[in-house]
Design a binder for this molecule. Structure first.
Ligand SMILES: [Zn+2]
Length: 183
């Protein structure tokens, strides 16, 4: 299993797509998945304009129902979104010798871990950490800053809030600001 964790705007979906696209030079059957709750697009769409078809799923049963004996590679984008049973479904696929590729946010807007991604990283053969560029200082950004009306969102906001550049920007740890975060 290969995992690409990182902040928003770190190129993790692009990394997943580039990894999967190489399979088109082979006859190896593969499938790409995305959580249904991500309404951003019909396909896995990276910001660089690469696109690849993805099946949207909302639970582990739906996910597993699309995977056949023939599929040798299974990719899952935005794998931080909570999907009931996804961790054990992926573990089961690993036992069946499927090759798994995962991309997703490692931490939420508060800088706290997304448990599913923690699980995948722990079971990965390779973890390629993806970083963005801090929107304030241009340094290495591994955090996602949520902004509401241009102001840092407080610690008690909802963990999942689907949005793009209007709501989020990459920040380094020095410029990441979460008012009300316990120290
Ligand atoms: Zn910075």
């Amino acid at each position: 299993m290969e995992v690409y964790p990182g902040s928003m705007f770190s190129g993790k979906t692009t990394a997943l797509i580039q990894r999967v696209e190489k399979l088109n030079y082979t006859d190896i059957p593969y499938k790409v998945f995305q959580p249904l709750i991500n309404e951003r697009d019909e396909n896995v769409a990276s910001r660089l304009g690469f696109e690849i078809e993805a099946i949207k799923v909302k639970d582990a049963e739906g996910f597993l129902s699309h995977i056949t004996d023939k599929d040798l590679v299974v990719a899952f984008d935005e794998a931080h979104f909570p999907i009931p049973g996804l961790c054990s479904a992926v573990s089961g696929l690993l036992l069946l010798k499927k090759n798994i590729i995962i991309a997703g946010l490692d931490t939420d807007y508060r800088g706290e871990p997304f448990p599913q991604m923690d699980y995948f990283m722990r079971h990965a053969d390779y973890v390629t950490k993806m970083n963005a560029v801090c929107a304030v200082c241009g340094g290495t950004a591994r955090r996602t800053q949520r902004l509401i009306d241009g102001k840092p969102a407080p610690y008690d906001s909802p963990i999942i809030l689907v949005g793009d550049k209007e709501l989020y920007e990459p920040r380094c740890i020095h410029h990441h600001d979460v008012p009300g975060k316990p120290s």
